[in-house]
Design a protein around this ligand. Structure first.
Ligand SMILES: [Zn+2]
Length: 256
């Protein structure tokens, strides 16, 4: 390993540690049943029209994290949602979450600029769907700086990051862990074993991806793979729900 690689690795570790250990908002997961959520970053159209259709086949729904600054644009995961998609998404019982207006890099953007983009996305939603509001969020591109995490957490009930693992025991509502499906799209067994681990731990496993189509981008997966994972999640006995509904059920379980 040369110094450049070493530098990158140390920086990567620093980013991850900052995201995980600072500005936490602890949340106890104590449930008789496991939970699984399916989430889509950037809300490309295929995530709703193909991914969402697969979720509906199994009678479940997901969470879509939208950046209104990307609406209608061509982006790396394909064509991004258009206004008509919002209506369909809500009609089908999915959840709409925020991903900043300008798809700001959570690490490489000044916290004040990042927060402005969070607020700008709220306003954009208010104009198109006045009765809706964002309750959940996912950090674009990188894990957040501590100050960004603290500020963003004040705007949402929960914020999702990455980490390629499940949430168990005490989770962090300012940085819920998620598993990006595309990183294991050639290894469904790895994903299935995580679903099984989640079943045994009665945890909250949050999957994330972007596009769902026959020729996915680097950040997406195929319908066949996605369907296989949804089937396994449902068969595990987990309750499969959007983020906000899992949070509501877990709150009710802990106060029961
Ligand atoms: Zn994104």
């Amino acid at each position: 390993m040369d110094f450049l690689q070493l530098g990158r690795r140390v920086r990567g570790r620093y980013i991850r540690d900052t995201a995980h250990f600072l500005s936490r908002r602890p949340f106890k997961i104590d449930s008789p049943v496991p939970y699984v959520s399916f989430t889509f970053d950037d809300f490309p159209r295929s995530a709703l029209h193909t991914g969402g259709a697969i979720l509906r086949q199994f009678g479940v729904a997901g969470t879509y994290f939208a950046s209104f600054g990307l609406m209608g644009k061509q982006a790396p995961p394909g064509t991004i949602f258009v206004p008509d998609d919002l209506e369909l998404l809500l009609e089908h019982g999915h959840e709409l979450g925020s991903h900043t207006f300008a798809h700001c890099d959570a690490w490489n953007t000044e916290p004040s600029v990042f927060e402005k983009s969070v607020i700008e996305n709220d306003h954009a939603l208010g104009q198109l769907a006045p009765r809706s509001s964002f309750k959940t969020f996912s950090y674009p591109i990188n894990p957040p700086r501590a100050q960004t995490k603290r500020r963003t957490g004040q705007h949402f009930i929960c914020c999702r990051g990455g980490g390629q693992t499940l949430n168990v025991g005490t989770a962090d509502l300012n940085y819920l862990r998620a598993f990006f499906l595309e990183k294991s799209r050639d290894k469904p067994d790895v994903v299935r074993s995580l679903i099984d681990q989640n079943r045994r731990a009665r945890g909250w496993l949050i999957f994330a991806t972007h596009d769902v189509c026959e020729r996915p981008s680097t950040w997406g997966c195929t319908p066949l793979f996605f369907e296989d994972i949804v089937r396994s999640a449902v068969a595990s006995g987990a309750r499969v729900l959007p983020l906000i509904q899992v949070w509501e059920e877990l709150c009710a379980a802990s106060s029961a």
